[in-house]
Write a protein that binds this ligand. Sequence first.
Ligand SMILES: Cc1cc2nc3c(=O)[nH]c(=O)nc-3n(C[C@H](O)[C@H](O)[C@H](O)COP(=O)(O)O)c2cc1C
Length: 177
Amino acid sequence: MKNIRLIGISGSLREQSSNTAILRTIETLLPTEVGFEIYDQLHLIPPFIPGEEETDAIKDFKKRISNADGVFFSTPEYAFGVPGVLKNLLDWTVSTGEFNEKPVSVISASPLYTGGEHALSSLLLTLTALGTTRNEHSALSIPDIKTKLSKENDLTHPETIQQLQDQIKNLLKIIAG
Ligand SMILES: Cc1cc2nc3c(=O)[nH]c(=O)nc-3n(C[C@H](O)[C@H](O)[C@H](O)COP(=O)(O)O)c2cc1C
């Protein structure tokens, strides 16, 4: 498991984002020898225009993905879909293929009982188009997220923590081949 590097991408730019909180929890649950960073430059990504020259932020993002062994996504659902900022980020990689064969774990958390299921299935469809690698255990929908976070925005719900541990185990297994 040496030298494994993972990256977490949150679909929310909100300061108090529950989805970013999930990625922070994942960071605490990972084996110490696994490197992890949460991507925090999403707000710098310009609108995707095919053929347009890549900005430094886009080049930097692509490099981070190329260098990562696997990617955790955690996203909210907006209007039954993936937040535009996240879809826009992924659109920049369609023709350059940074996500091709990249192992992924895909999570959607929502305050609703539906757990962001539409965003989750939509994101999975996009990640299929991008050629990512995953199995039938690589997706997790987390409903009622507000009740599972502390006042400090930490995940405190044992069952959900166990589900994140399962996601970690599964992603590392996929990476190990
Ligand atoms: C414009 C807007 C649209 C939303 N649409 C949905 C939706 O379709 N389904 C859903 O489950 N939650 C929806 N929500 C609620 C979000 O799931 C909730 O704000 C969530 O906490 C956002 O994730 P975050 O905490 O990571 O920022 C919406 C919120 C906003 C602001």
